[in-house]
Design a protein around this ligand. Structure first.
Ligand SMILES: Nc1nc2c(ncn2[C@@H]2O[C@H](COP(=O)(O)OP(=O)(O)OP(=O)(O)O)[C@@H](O)[C@H]2O)c(=O)[nH]1
Length: 342
């Protein structure tokens, strides 16, 4: 059992960064912002030059491209529209590249490499492959863009190779990012979320409660007399019991519930949408079902638990400290029981 003062959690709220690195599309957005911003700047210079030299259609095409690129970058700054903005940015870049190669100058072919790369980095793989193939097919079929057959063949071969290598690179990059996100948020022994992820989810639950009044309950679970299991049957048997316990608890939870390992033989459940009334009805039943439900060499694993439903104005650390104090009561009053904080 955790013998530290439960109030130690208070004030230790360091914001957790980087856990949603896949969902918040940070990499894709920075590609859009930096490449899009630079492109808008460069194309603006071309546009001004073309207007100044009397090339009205070229200048206008460039101005339209700049407007579309800046529009999608601005849209991407609104969290709700991030995915839409990324899709639009891929389409805008593709259409702009085609417009510039077909209407403005054959030098537009040079932009293709940037656009093929943008598509691979910011769009879903299949869509980016499809768009890139479309660009390559359309441009390869344009006689005006190439000096001779060899030029045409070598340009399209390089563009295809560029797309294929890019696709391989992006696939590797995405799988490594996924692995990194998992390593940063998962307890390696039990597969439960780690303490860092727990803090992140508790902070989110607190925000949801203060913005929308959405209730949530957290439960701190601590296995009883776990030391005896380790001492009598060894650390490996203890590890196996922890793994089995985590599997059994996860199976009893809803999809939206969270299971985190605080450390040692202590776990936290985060149960969204559970208010006081539901907690006092459902949690004793959950405790009855789970405590003693996992077998181990020293008999069924039993646990004590402390629960607390979030209160208005409460931060995550105070909320957790209340549940931890309830756990102390449960331990102090004989173990294998649940206490719910007021
Ligand atoms: N096998 C294994 N044991 C662990 C792990 N982490 C912590 N422990 C053990 O868990 C035990 C916790 O012991 P205590 O804090 O005394 O708690 P307890 O024996 O469960 O007693 P109460 O909590 O008072 O019921 C210690 O023996 C730790 O070594 C782990 O990852 N694997």
């Amino acid at each position: 059992m955790n013998t530290q003062d439960p109030d130690q959690h208070v004030g230790s709220a360091h914001p957790v960064e980087g856990l949603d690195l896949l969902r918040d599309r940070r990499l894709e957005l920075s590609v859009m912002n930096y490449i899009g911003g630079t492109t808008a700047l460069v194309v603006t210079v071309f546009s001004v030059y073309r207007f100044a030299t009397g090339d009205w259609s070229g200048g206008l095409t460039n101005a339209i491209i700049v407007t579309m690129v800046l529009g999608t970058i601005l849209l991407g700054q609104l969290p709700r529209f991030r995915n839409l903005a990324l899709m639009l940015f891929g389409l805008v870049s593709t259409v702009s590249c085609l417009l510039s190669a077909l209407l403005v100058s054959s030098n537009g072919l040079l932009w293709t490499y940037i656009v093929l790369w943008i598509n691979l980095l910011i769009l879903p793989r299949r869509l980016s492959a499809l768009l890139n193939l479309t660009v390559i097919v359309i441009l390869t079929s344009q006689d005006a863009l190439f000096t001779d057959l060899l030029h045409r063949i070598s340009w399209s071969a390089v563009a295809v190779m560029f797309s294929v290598f890019g696709l391989v690179f992006v696939t590797q990059l995405r799988s490594q990012r996924k692995m990194l996100a998992r390593l940063a948020s998962q307890d390696p022994l039990t597969g439960a979320g780690n303490r860092r992820l727990m803090q992140h989810r508790l902070e989110t639950a607190v925000k949801e409660h203060s913005r929308r009044g959405r209730p949530a309950t957290l439960v701190v679970l601590d296995l009883d007399l776990f030391k005896e299991l380790n001492d009598q049957h060894g650390h490996e048997a203890g590890d196996l019991a922890l793994q089995r316990f985590a599997i059994d608890v996860r199976q009893a939870l809803r999809q939206e519930d969270g299971l985190y390992r605080m450390g040692g033989e202590e776990f936290v459940l985060l149960l969204p949408d559970m208010d006081d009334e539901t907690a006092s009805r459902a949690l004793p039943e959950l405790h009855r079902r789970l405590s003693g439900g996992t077998s181990s060499p020293s008999g069924p694993l039993r646990f004590s638990a402390g629960a607390a439903t979030i209160r208005p104005g409460e931060g995550w650390s105070r909320w957790l400290a209340r549940a931890d104090r309830a756990l102390y009561q449960a331990k102090a009053s004989g173990r294998d029981r649940l206490a719910i904080a007021d």
